[in-house]
Ligand binder design. Structure first.
Ligand SMILES: Nc1ncnc2c1ncn2[C@@H]1O[C@H](COP(=O)(O)OP(=O)(O)OP(=O)(O)O)[C@@H](O)[C@H]1O
Ligand SMILES: [Mg+2]
Length: 370
């Protein structure tokens, strides 16, 4: 178990900057998730932590120990990849024994280690099988078991479930999170999957173009994204971002958006950053649908349904409001059809406000919002 510190870490590949001034602390025993678009530097960061890449500049610490230049073998960090990289001609037992054997570990200790990890991930009955005789989930378990056999200080997982089908992913997601908590080992987990990120991580780091945009708990990221980019990246379906205009009215701020005006107390805004034009973020599940909103209800936008998609538990509806598409989530099998005029209502407290130029959040949040 170990904490991790990245201090002013840069990574250049030739002229390309893959990581730009990364500063991040991962706590002892924490499950940290990395998310972000393809090519933003997630794998590069893991590889630097594992010692497979050396930072161009900056330091990496494990606890208080500077490991920036320490070889991978001396870090005791294990890494599980998307492709499990099992040896096809070896049984599960031989795959698990391979690493310890080439390190000339004691035979009885190797056997005990295999028993221990096989039990942890439920592979006891499959130790004699070859990888080709295992399901995708079972192969993934072998890869996990192999990475745990050394009792690593840190567990790195780079999209380990992306080759599995949906139901197996859900199952393995729970298993990995449970295992991490059981072992109390520090873990860094890369994923493209929103649900994995939100359900598994103690904290999530959102990467973009080699930088970290925000590090926060899943709830905080969802409710208080620091920027439009984070707001749009986290949450599915995507947050709506609508153009809005602001006018000051003493202690109130009037917000004009899509034909409606509503007021918020000025203390909710980062004052000195509010300009005339802002962008207003609203998540599809923060919009409610009512059949006929009372006309005095000002937090209402009216539009025409252009498409509907029912998943069973929800209906995703696209509403055209004065030429702008607004995505919303209606109750399942809501009695609406394409072409219907509908009223959408929302609680202004749920709204997100962003600077139209920089995308920075303009909303003041209570200190404790988890
Ligand atoms: N060995 C390398 N040589 C040159 N460029 C590299 C090398 N490894 C990574 N890069 C570049 O660095 C950037 C970050 O790559 P990285 O693999 O870390 O992205 P990622 O966030 O893991 O993406 P993905 O989600 O697609 O796996 C990319 O632009 C990539 O092309
Ligand atoms: Mg990657």
């Amino acid at each position: 178990m170990t904490s991790v510190t990245f201090a002013n870490v840069w990574k250049q590949f030739g002229a390309h900057t893959a990581i730009e001034d990364l500063n991040l602390e991962i706590k002892d025993g924490e499950f940290m998730v990395f998310v972000g678009p393809s090519g933003c530097g997630k794998t590069t960061t893991l590889r630097m932590l594992a010692g497979l890449e050396i930072p161009t500049f900056g330091k990496i610490l494990l606890g208080n120990e500077d490991v920036t230049l320490t070889s991978p073998g001396r870090r005791n960090i294990s890494m599980v990849f998307q492709s499990y990289a099992l040896y096809p001609h070896m049984t599960v037992r031989q795959n698990l024994a391979f690493g310890p054997e080439i390190r000339h570990e004691n035979k009885s200790e190797i056997a005990a280690g295999i028993d221990r990890v096989a039990k942890l991930v439920g592979l006891q009955a499959l130790l004699h099988r070859f990888p080709s005789e295992l399901s995708g989930g079972q192969r993934q378990r072998v890869a996990l078991a192999r990475s745990m056999i050394r009792r690593p200080r840190i567990f790195l997982l780079d999209e380990p479930l992306s080759n599995l089908d949906a139901s197996l992913r859900t199952h393995m997601r729970t298993e990995i999170a449970e295992l991490q908590r059981q072992l109390g080992v520090t873990a860094v987990y890369v994923t493209h999957d929103q649900v994995e990120a939100m359900t598994m991580g103690h904290r999530i780091a959102v990467f973009d173009h080699g930088r970290i945009l925000q590090v926060a708990t899943p709830a905080e990221l969802y409710r208080a994204p620091a920027s439009k980019a984070v707001g749009m990246f986290i949450g599915s379906p995507r947050m709506n971002v609508l153009p809005a205009r602001v006018s000051d009215d003493g202690g109130l701020v009037n917000i004009h958006c899509l034909g409606t005006t509503f007021s918020m107390e000025a203390r909710h805004f980062v004052r000195d950053r509010v300009s005339d034009n802002i962008e207003l973020g609203i998540r599809p599940d923060e919009i409610q649908w009512v059949k006929d909103a009372p006309s005095r209800c000002t937090q209402k936008i009216t539009g025409v349904v252009t498409s509907l998609e029912t998943t069973g538990s929800d209906t995703f509806v696209v509403v055209d409001v004065e030429g702008t598409e607004v995505n919303s989530k209606f109750p399942s099998f809501a009695p609406v059809r394409r072409g219907d005029t509908v009223d959408l209502i929302f609680d202004p407290a749920d709204l997100h406000f962003f600077d139209a130029g920089t995308g920075a959040s303009l909303k003041v949040r209570p200190a404790n919002n988890n």
